[in-house]
Design a protein around this ligand. Structure first.
Ligand SMILES: CCCCCC/C=C/CC(=O)SCCNC(=O)CCNC(=O)[C@H](O)C(C)(C)COP(=O)(O)OP(=O)(O)OC[C@H]1O[C@@H](n2cnc3c(N)ncnc32)[C@H](O)[C@@H]1OP(=O)(O)O
Length: 719
């Protein structure tokens, strides 16, 4: 779908027409081939402008077509036909020119962009590389270093940056199509030789080998096992070292290795999952498209500890008026100082003025009287939160939405402390709250659809990936973390070291293994929770009985470390040792290794050899098993919710698509069989017991992950 019209007498205007983003579907590609051919053979047409309808140039290849039997004309010859045309072709870029969309524009002889347009080659984020000539043309146009940056990160750039780099020739704040048509009239009949990017030599950077080596090293480190960024570097190296035609062959070869890879499938799944979770639903049937959010102009944050500070800053940065309440005067002053710095740094990064005047600080909770929404972010203690909710319920104007920032406490219980439980939801932010992308929005049994819709919309405005989930201990993310960390502790008891467990998880792609992460966030955090739960005391006893609590296997290892004041980085000792309290670089600690040996001896445990495979299977499969339980319990509407939470909030490697997608790639039969195997070996570990939904899915032939939502729905309708 592309339309050709003649404008200003001699300009052929080709308009891509495929809402919502004019993606290059088979029909659009065919439309471009046809219209270009007609424009070039029409003697009345002297020059051509390519644009997209509805102010959007083109969002690139149609991702929905990937993984299907792709038909229609391929992009490479289509773009080539434009480039070799004897009439000037001008791209009028409004909205976006991404991926294949930008590659199409690079095939044109001139590019004019609207000042608000965004451009980029984000293929790497989908597990691919720009394989419609993008990896060969961009370095020729803007040089190797800049092309390496854009292609390996996939970042979107502004029109201003595009102009500075030389990606576009002109930027306008007026009608881009009008400007492009005028420009096309002015260049009609002029020679095009220097305008065909593929015929330009690729500028060779000085120290080219060192440059590529350095970039490859950096990419390998940050890619954590992702293959696409590496292929991107290899393709650009081909542009820098080979003639264009050979470079194109290399581009195709590299793309072929990525196109059908598991990683590409995983990354494309995450792209669509991120969009699917925005279309939330509640067990009552209420949905995103039938529930209208309330307007929120003014919000309050109660409690200015680490979380409250980040939340208040994030709210102010969205343009909301914020009342930041902290009843302890000293803490209030410290918060004010730190938050000013956060606002300043954030503003500098985004090139805007800091939103200092958006925040009013108050030591008095009565300041919430006229706000539309409150986010309570006091210490994670139910009695304290109860009290705050009772106060808020009495002080706020009717209709104020009351949200709790908790990492797992009962939202229904807090709602029961208020006069309007339907206005209460959980908003589980992740630290640092003004940086981390994930937000779990937790609806309780009485939360109204409007309350959920309001919190979801607010999360979106704050730039968060918001996921609606039901209320249970730990919600989705932290609930799944429990079996995962439990297994890691058991593995230490059985013979592993923190380095071995972390090594396996980091090789898998997590930025940090569980023990390194625990040292960073503080071992005392989990210890406090365990003590509230009646666990968390080392007891000092020996033998197996000492490792059984509440009728199940329990490892007091973390408790013993805490009793010795080893809280992680903050105390300079935890699962690793650090140079000093607050040190960042953890080194293996011989003390800990001897401690583990003594511990095993004390408890009659015999160390055995544990390999990476066992670490991964036991930690990840129990986590996945809990994910299935969460689906079974109706806490998450589908696997996409779980996967997005893990990718955006828990460091699950994106190229592995989240835990539920990973399970589908491994094969549900295998996950089930290994859980059964480990359960037999450890019958006192309930988390190893395969859940019914997993068994049911395997029994029904292990349907692909996108079909699970239906299976879960059916399961719930039968209950
Ligand atoms: C050997 C094979 C050779 C092949 C050579 C060609 C290869 C080319 C590679 C590519 O071009 S890969 C695609 C590159 N493009 C992208 O990565 C862009 C992806 N899209 C986005 O980043 C965003 O969607 C957006 C375009 C910036 C718009 O964001 P916005 O927040 O405004 O809206 P969304 O909710 O994200 O999207 C709206 C709607 O559109 C769907 N969509 C977006 N882009 C595409 C696409 N490229 N293909 C198909 N569908 C797309 C998106 O899924 C939403 O749909 P929904 O149904 O409403 O959820």
């Amino acid at each position: 779908m592309a339309q050709l019209t003649r404008v200003s007498g001699s300009v052929g205007l080709i308009t891509l027409q495929s809402p919502p983003v004019n993606a290059l579907s088979a029909a659009v590609r065919q439309g471009i081939v046809d219209t270009v051919q007609r424009a070039l053979s029409d003697p009345e047409v002297k020059s051509v402008v390519v644009c997209g309808q509805n102010g959007i140039f083109c969002g690139g290849a149609d991702i929905k077509e990937f993984g299907t039997n792709m038909s229609g004309p391929p992009l490479v010859p289509l773009i080539h036909a434009i480039e070799v045309a004897h009439k000037p072709v001008v791209a009028a870029i409004e909205g976006i020119a991404l991926g294949g969309g930008l590659e199409l524009a690079l095939g044109c002889h001139y590019r004019i962009a609207h000042s608000k347009a965004k451009l980029g080659l984000p293929e790497v984020t989908l597990g691919l590389l720009p394989a419609a000539g993008g990896s060969q043309r961009l370095p020729r146009l803007i040089g190797v270093p800049a092309a390496l940056d854009l292609i390996t990160t996939g970042r979107h750039i502004t029109a201003a940056e595009a102009l500075k780099l030389g990606v576009v020739d002109q930027v306008t704040a007026h009608s881009t199509v009008d400007v492009a048509v005028k420009f096309a009239l002015s260049v009609a009949g002029k020679p095009l030789d220097g305008r065909r990017i593929s015929s330009l030599p690729c500028p060779r950077p000085p120290n080219m080998d060192a440059l590529f080596e350095g970039v490859m090293k950096k990419v390998r480190q940050s890619a954590r096992g992702a293959i696409a960024p590496i292929a991107c570097v290899q393709a650009i190296r081909a542009a820098a070292t080979l003639p264009y035609d050979q470079g194109m062959e290399r581009e195709l070869e590299l793309m072929a290795s990525l196109f059908t890879s598991d990683q590409a499938r995983a990354l494309q799944y995450i792209f669509f999952a991120q969009r699917a979770v925005a279309r939330w639903s509640m067990p009552s049937g209420a949905r995103w498209d039938t529930s209208k959010p309330r307007p929120v102009h003014k919000a309050a944050v109660i409690g200015l500890g680490t979380m409250g500070r980040g939340i208040a800053v994030a709210l102010a940065q969205t343009g909301l008026s914020v009342v930041a309440v902290e009843t302890q005067e000293k803490q209030l002053m410290a918060a004010k100082q730190e938050m000013s710095g956060m606002l300043e740094r954030g503003a500098k990064r985004r090139g805007v003025a800091p939103a200092f005047d958006k925040i009013r600080y108050s030591p008095d909770i009565k300041a919430v009287a006229d706000v539309d929404l409150v986010i309570e972010a006091v210490f994670e203690d139910m009695a304290l939160k109860e009290k705050v909710f009772q106060q808020l319920s009495a002080l706020c104007k009717p209709g104020t939405l009351l949200c709790t920032n908790t990492s797992g406490l009962d939202v229904d219980h807090l709602a029961s402390q208020t006069r309007s439980p339907e206005l209460v939801v959980g908003m589980h932010f992740f630290a640092p709250a003004h940086v981390m992308k994930l937000l779990e929005v937790v609806y309780g049994s009485k939360s109204s659809p409007q309350a959920l819709a309001t919190a979801m919309q607010l999360g979106k405005k704050m730039g968060k990936v918001s996921v609606a989930v039901g209320n249970c201990r730990g919600f989705v993310g932290n609930r799944m973390l429990k079996p995962y960390s439990e297994q890691a502790f058991f593995l230490l008891e059985e013979g592993a070291t923190p380095e071995l467990v972390d090594g396996a998880l980091e090789d898998f792609g997590f930025p940090m293994g569980l023990f390194r992460m625990s040292d960073l966030s503080g071992l005392d955090v989990g210890w406090r929770v365990r003590k509230v739960d009646g666990l968390g005391k080392s007891s000092g006893a020996s033998g197996q009985q000492a490792r059984i609590r509440q009728g199940r296997r329990y490892s007091p290892l973390g408790d013993v470390l805490c009793e010795q004041g080893r809280f992680g980085q903050k105390t300079g000792r935890g699962w690793y040792q650090y140079d000093k309290p607050g040190g960042r670089v953890g080194r293996p600690d011989p003390w800990l290794h001897s401690f583990l040996e003594e511990y095993r001896a004390q408890h009659g445990l015999v160390a055995r050899r544990i390999d990476h495979q066992e670490v991964l299977e036991r930690c990840l499969y129990t986590l996945i098993n809990e994910g299935f339980r969460i689906l079974e319990d109706g806490i998450a509407a589908g696997p996409e919710e779980i996967d997005i939470i893990y990718v955006f909030g828990y460091g699950w490697p994106r190229h592995r698509g989240g835990p539920m997608f990973y399970a589908s790639m491994v094969g549900l039969e295998k996950v089930l069989a290994r859980l059964e195997f480990y359960q037999e070996a450890h019958p006192d570990v309930p988390y190893l017991q395969p859940c019914n939904l997993l068994k049911r899915l395997v029994a029904s032939g292990s349907p692909p992950v996108h079909k699970w939502r239906e299976v879960v729905k059916k399961l719930h309708s039968q209950l």
